[in-house]
Design a protein around this ligand. Sequence first.
Ligand SMILES: [Zn+2]
Length: 189
Amino acid sequence: MRRRRGILRRRILPEIHLLGPGMRILRRAHALFARGAYSESAALFENLAVESRRRGYPRSFRLLLQAGRAAILAGNISYGVDLLLQGLKLLYDQDMTDLAQQRGEQLIVELGQQGLHPEAERVKTWMESVGLDTGSPGKISDGRIPGFPALPPNCPGCGAPLRPDEVDWIDPQTAVCEFCGSVVRGESR
Ligand SMILES: [Zn+2]
């Protein structure tokens, strides 16, 4: 049976953990990614993820996914997919299965778009091995969700690129950055 996408029902991740030096490093990691310095960006995201995970923060998954994306774009493909799978497993292990499924499907699409079909297959195989539906990921496009407001392009706190399907919606107008916990208001259209 197909699970419903739990955008609004998603568990809200309450903690804001990346204050002070962590926040500075996070901003730098996003800036490096934005300007194509993927290898350095990947290393920063991974270090943040390790630290965040050591402290038991649920948001660590997001850092792992971004580290994986950056590593892949840097050409470190197999290692990048390892990081993506670590991020998905973290979600799954924390019982955030709706989110694991949504992000897994999204990654399958992204990897396919980059021509990385064996890597997409690795993600799919893992999802199937834990009983997550891999559905029909062709539906996912630019991250817009009907009925939800547009967001500013970047998080005011950490500079993360914001996509409506990659934030926590706490009400229909208000989202929380998955990286740093900053609250972002949607822009009415
Ligand atoms: Zn942020």
